[in-house]
Design a protein around this ligand. Structure first.
Ligand SMILES: [Zn+2]
Length: 338
């Protein structure tokens, strides 16, 4: 099969192979013909060496959609059948540790991520355990499907962790990025007022009530919009570049949530400001199988904006595009276009 593989870390070491070994289908696994894959920072970190991967040589790719090619002999879960359109929950988990028993499979003590601790989806086929496979509606677009398991689930889970309430205000950094545009839509469904930090006017189409275009003026503009209260919840998936202004934009009893640090992760923190405002600083990662199932039920109402799409052969360019200054929406890889 065709696959993108690297033996040593580094973007320049990515190779497209035409005769990579097709994955083995075990009894409780599902072989999936990959259709469209989302490109996320996690894939870049896998290739760059910032995240240790296995096996080596390695196929990256964490956000995968496709169709079922073949079921393992003992697959019972979810009434899956050949030809079904599916997405892959990208968590490897044992189902037996204390975290898994609490329903927190993304925190499994013996787990990891598909595409990091196993081969991923930048390939024609992938084989994954049946418990990771979720059927999607036949009429769902591949663009949206390839945006559910990482992009959508991460923002959904983060807002739930932040306990966003009706009438509260949410400030979203990176609002025209992957998770940002999904966070806006969920926040509106939850009844919140959304202030989006983005240079792009189109984030209004996703439901943002206010758009702040100037990073340098975010704090004063949030103050004005909220009449001095500041934001109840702030999502900063951008990292250090927006750290101080995101911190200063949180109101009393507010929550600052982070699940990404693309611009850098080593931030400074003033403890006094944290406790005097009784702020909660929340780290959030991925989401649970249950949450993925929940959001599949409402996902047909979600919008997605694709900025660039690439063929598998151009994976390197797709990963580089993650850092483009003028990025406006998702980057996808179409593996199978038949
Ligand atoms: Zn576990």
């Amino acid at each position: 099969m065709k696959a993108v593989i690297f033996e040593k870390p580094g973007l320049d070491n990515l190779k497209v192979e035409d005769s990579a070994e097709k994955p083995i289908l075990t009894d409780r696994a599902v072989l999936i013909r990959v259709r469209t894959v989302g490109v996320n920072p996690i894939d870049y970190f896998a290739v760059s060496g910032a995240r240790e991967v296995k096996p080596l040589p390695h196929i990256p790719g964490a956000e995968i959609s496709g169709t079922i090619e073949k079921l393992g002999d003992h697959v019972k879960e979810g009434n899956l059948k050949e030809g079904d359109k599916v997405v892959i929950h990208n968590k490897v988990f044992d189902g037996t540790c204390d975290m898994c028993l609490d329903g927190l499979d993304m925190l499994c003590r013996n787990g990891g991520l598909i595409g990091i601790v196993t081969n991923g989806g930048f390939a024609e086929y992938i084989s994954v355990p049946d418990k990771n496979v979720f059927k999607i509606p036949d009429d769902m677009s591949w663009d949206l499907a390839a945006s559910l398991p990482v992009t959508t689930l991460t923002s959904f889970h983060a807002l739930k962790d932040a306990s966003l309430q009706v009438n509260e205000s949410l400030l979203v950094y990176g609002a025209s990025g992957n998770t940002g545009m999904m966070a806006i839509q969920f926040a509106k469904k939850m009844g919140a007022k959304v202030i989006a930090v983005s240079k792009n006017e189109w984030v209004k189409d996703f439901g943002a009530d206010y758009i702040l275009k100037d990073y340098g003026k975010v704090v004063e503009q949030v103050k004005e919009i909220t009449q001095g209260k500041m934001a109840d919840v702030v999502l900063n998936s951008v990292g250090i570049e927006a750290w101080q202004s995101s911190f200063d934009s949180v109101g009393v009893n507010g929550r600052l949530v982070t699940f990404g640090g693309l611009t850098g992760a080593d931030v400074k923190l003033n403890i006094q400001s944290l406790y005097l405002k009784q702020m909660k600083l929340i780290g959030s990662t991925g989401g649970t199988r249950k949450q993925l199932k929940d959001l599949l039920n409402i996902s047909n109402e979600l919008k997605i904006r694709v900025w660039k799409r690439f063929k598998l052969e151009k994976t390197k360019e797709a990963l580089q595009a993650l850092f483009a200054k003028g990025r406006e929406g998702r980057i996808l890889i179409d593996v199978d276009t038949s």
